[in-house]
Design a protein around this ligand. Structure first.
Ligand SMILES: *Cc1c(COP(=O)(O)O)cnc(C)c1O
Length: 355
């Protein structure tokens, strides 16, 4: 794929933000990748251009019917001077699975990864240096045809934007307080929960606002049919250590197949820890928490890597886990995954791309 380049001159570049105040998703780099799709022409005009607004017809399908998908991965500036990506090809494959589910066109995974690498190389000054910080990469696709009938759009825009992000745990691990929602659900089997599609996040806002109002950090989602089985926590996958076994909900169709989730399962198995992917009833979790059989609970996702859960609030009762302290396995997984991402461990699984 031949990518056209329209780059800013040195004097037109933005000043870099204060590296101590990056936060998440606030600042955007100087350039972006864009390509267009038309049913007849297929994907065309790949280009790296200055970061700018899109021009969208007000009738664009994405704005009305939500044909919109995204991905999230990171570029890490490493101590050895290299830039690394973690399991990036898996993000490309998942983008295509989301596209398939939402009746959107497939992209060439190698071409898109190549474009991302080229963009990151051009924008390398935007990758912050401090351990734990990174350059967040947001590929996304939106339906751009101007048409108000309900059918798949015939035109799309695929874009990649970059945002420098701060360390999630600048002040060390802070186990989160979780609210188990038995009123709202995130997704239902047969729906679009396993696709990284925009509407899933709109659908999640009400419950997370409610949880925040009540003083909790995030929502633990139960299944849509019975509100009985654990699904995800916030926008992360969830793990429990039950009787020494690492357990996570099986991918039933309503759960996002997290790449961090998969990495956790592979690492734990490699360490000789027994793992299970199965249905986990919330009653099993609360009973195990009460009887001391639940030693750890944590979320997994690209943003936080591992997010320890300190307590669960369900039906008027609060269940503390490991005295609200980060568990041993959560710590070990976080250390191992971040060491791989920053190039401090041998890449035993072939997960790393060096730019
Ligand atoms: C992105 C996402 C995850 C985590 O996926 P990773 O590939 O590990 O970053 C989990 N759940 C939801 C709902 C997500 O959107």
């Amino acid at each position: 794929m031949e990518i056209a380049r329209e780059l800013l001159s040195e004097s037109e570049l933005k000043p870099l933000p204060d590296p101590d105040k990056l936060g998440f998703g606030i600042y955007f780099s100087d350039h972006m990748f864009v390509m267009d799709y038309h049913e007849d022409r297929k994907w065309h005009s790949p280009r790296i251009i200055p970061y700018q607004d899109f021009s969208l017809d007000p009738a664009s399908v994405a704005l009305h019917y939500g044909q919109a998908i995204f991905e999230g991965l990171k570029a890490y500036r490493c101590g050895d001077g290299n830039i690394r990506l973690f399991r990036a090809m898996d993000n490309m494959k998942r983008l295509n699975r989301s596209a398939w589910r939402m009746c959107m066109p497939q992209v060439n995974e190698n071409d898109l990864l190549g474009a991302i690498k080229e963009l990151v190389r051009i924008e390398r000054r935007w990758i912050p240096e401090a351990r734990g910080t990174s350059l967040y990469i947001r590929p996304f696709m939106i339906a751009s045809e101007a048409f108000l009938g309900v059918r798949p759009s015939r035109e799309y825009i695929l874009s990649v934007i970059l945002s420098p992000v701060g360390a999630y745990y600048a002040e060390g691990f802070n186990p989160v307080k979780i609210y188990v929602s038995d009123k709202f659900v995130r997704a239902a089997r047969g729906g679009v929960g396993e696709a990284k599609t925009a509407g899933n996040y709109a659908a999640s806002l009400m419950a997370s606002e409610e949880a925040k109002e009540l003083g909790f950090t995030q929502v633990l989602w139960l299944d849509g049919a019975e509100r009985r089985y654990v699904e995800e926590v916030g926008t992360m996958n969830i793990f429990f250590v039950l009787d020494g076994v690492l357990v996570t909900p099986a991918l039933s169709g309503s759960i996002l197949p997290g790449i961090t989730r998969d990495s956790v399962l592979k690492l734990a198995a490699d360490w000789g820890i027994k793992t299970e992917e199965r249905a986990i009833a919330i009653d099993e979790v609360t009973e195990a928490a009460s009887s001391g059989r639940l030693s750890e609970c944590f979320g997994s996702g690209t943003a936080a890597v591992i997010s320890p859960v300190g307590s669960l609030y369900y039906k008027g009762k609060n269940y503390e886990i490991n005295n609200c302290q980060t568990g041993e396995l959560a710590h070990r997984l976080f250390d191992e995954l971040t060491a791989m991402q920053y190039g401090e461990r041998e890449d035993r699984f072939g997960w790393i791309d060096i730019l």
